[in-house]
Every structure is written in C-alpha cells, then in structure tokens.
Design a protein. Sequence first.
Length: 329
Amino acid sequence: MFNQPTALRSVLNPKYLEFVLSDQYDIGPWKECLFWLRGLNDTYRVRTANGLYILRVYRTEITEEDVRYELALLSALKGTLSSSAHTDIGEYIEKKDHTGYTMLDAAEGKRVAVMFRYIEGAENNLEDEESCYTFGQSAAELHSAMDQVTLELPRYQLDTKFLIDEPLERILNYVGKSSEVVPFLNAFTQTLKERIAAVSSQGLDFGLCHGDMHGNNNAFQQGSQFIHYDFEWAAKGWRAYDLAQVKARKRQSDERKAALWDALMAGYRSVRSFSKQDEEAVDLFIIARRFWVMGLDVAFIESDMGALDYGSDWLDSFIEEFREIGIVQ
C-alpha cells in the first residue's frame, strides 16, 4: 500500500544514533557523531574520549544474515592474520553485551549498524613497483588467511549468476525488454559466461575473496602493512576476479600499468601460487566486473541516484565500452 508517506532510503540523524548507540559501546563518552560519507551504505565518524571510530549504517537490503557473515569472517581473519607481515584488517568493535551489531528503526525499515576501528594511515595509490609488490604480498596473505577460514553460515557465491545473470535481469528490466540494446546485451553476456566457463574448466583458484578489492577498500597503508576493510561483498569466488579489481584501478598511468601489474604479481607469487591460467583470466573478470558495476548502478537508481544521469548517455557509454571489447559485435 502506498497511500501513506514512504521512504526508500533515509539518512539517520547523528543525534539519534548517539542517543541509541552511545551507551552500547565501551569506547568512552561520545563527543561527536558526524555524517561522513554516503556510499552504498551510510558512514558516520564517531569521536569519543578514547579516539575516532567509524559507524556504518547498512542499507535495508543488507540483512542480519549478511552482517553476521561479514563479522564472523572478520573475527576469523583477525586471529589468522595476527602475525602477517604485510596485512591487517579493519575489525569491528564489540558492544558491551559482546554482540557485534544493532538493528535500527528507519523510515524505510530495519537497518543494521556496526562500529569499526578507525583506520589511520595513508592511501597508497600503487603508482610504483615497490608499493605494488608489497600490495601483491598483502593480497596473497589475505587469500592465504581466507583459505584457513571455515564459516558454517549461508552465503551466495561470486559466480556468473551473481556477476552476470542477476545484473542482466536488472538492466533489462530498467532499459525495457523492447530496447534495441537487448539483443546485444544477451549475446554479450552469453559469450562472456561461455568464456568464463571455458577458463574455469582449467581449474582456476576458487575460494573466499574480499569481493571488492579496489583501492579505497584495500590500499590504506600503515608502515609495511596494507589494511583491508569493507568486506560487505566477501564470498567464495575466483581469486582472478578479486585481483581483476586491482588491475583495473584507474589511478595508474597507462604507460606504467604493465610494469606495476608485473610487480604486483611478483609480490603475490612470493607468498602463494597464482597460475598462468589464473593470470590470463584476470582480464576476462575485469569485463565481468564492469558488467556487474552497470547492474549495480541500476540497483540504486530508484532509491538513491535518480534517473537523470542514467539515461541514454549512460547506456550508450556502457554499450560502446562492451562493443569495443570485441567478443561480440
């Protein structure tokens, strides 16, 4: 029923969050709660007598089950990575009752709130071989730690259903089944899935992945360690997909990309194996990631972005990009 005022996505007042949450944590009296960033979820910076913290208020689509998985993974990784030379994670802060999250009432429904450690340090743009080599070591240490984690909790996989089928359904529903781009998108995604199936049959490395290993979530550095955080998309998938997100970084100059990628691969392989087949699959998963991003855009148009910037120019840009790849015409 839509005969009453309805919200699709609200921004919770920081004062309300302080009122609800400040007594639930043993982190000292709250001095400030500042709305810090609107992304897929809402981020607040909390300042207390003990220092800074990050409060994440997840969108309604993220369920308790999703958050339980993420926090269980963080707890398992923290112990496994305790002696790692190049890798740490941004862990969550337990509440006084030893639970990890709070269910909040919002205009659009229930939203989960989690407090995280504030990550000091500087973002490394991975613009030199030394940094890329060290980041490769860190990514490998993270994957090695994930190989040791066993979680008996339900979770999707980062497979072609997640990366291609579900985004395709969202995109076609948005552009309309009668759109002239539909035959191309169907042919493009079918060919992409066939190519992924072909390389996967060669036995690619498949296991727990970070799921969103772009620079903002993984390239904060403290000394010789990279601090990985935002494990919202963590699930089992191809490790080539995880590393594809690093290779596709846009902050590196084109003439340096090959050398920087070689340095990253050398660092990764100094810690754990990554086969020739895995590396050759990375470029294929860069394409799959781009298609997934297109589907992610569509998922947020109605509740967050608005349709103005997601019309014909947006659609034509993606279609041109996918045509230029050349797997179908």
